[in-house]
Design a protein around this ligand. Sequence first.
Ligand SMILES: [Zn+2]
Length: 114
Amino acid sequence: MENINLSDEELVGELWHWLIEDNLIKNSGEYDGRTGWNFCSGLLQQNYGIKMSPETIKHKFYSFFKELTGFDIYSKCPTCKNGEIVPRESRYGYFVSCSKFPNCDFKGPKKSRG
Ligand SMILES: [Zn+2]
């Protein structure tokens, strides 16, 4: 299969669908498990002919949200100091909020990229 180039945003879009919408990863803590990232690695190769290690995929996913919002995924929530920063998607794009939502209303700023 020929290689198809994906921008980081397109890559995260695909990861998002595989990880979140297909429920490969049920809850926040499991992002650090290897199963989902291994699965994504296989899907990338299968669908796009792209060889990328699970570690690289995870790094790109985390970096994307860090660059976009200034926050590390799964770091402590600065507002309630109890929940974790989790990635979210809305019709307006990607952002981060607190895993304790709606009890905590923290929402990371969405920075424009580039
Ligand atoms: Zn919080």
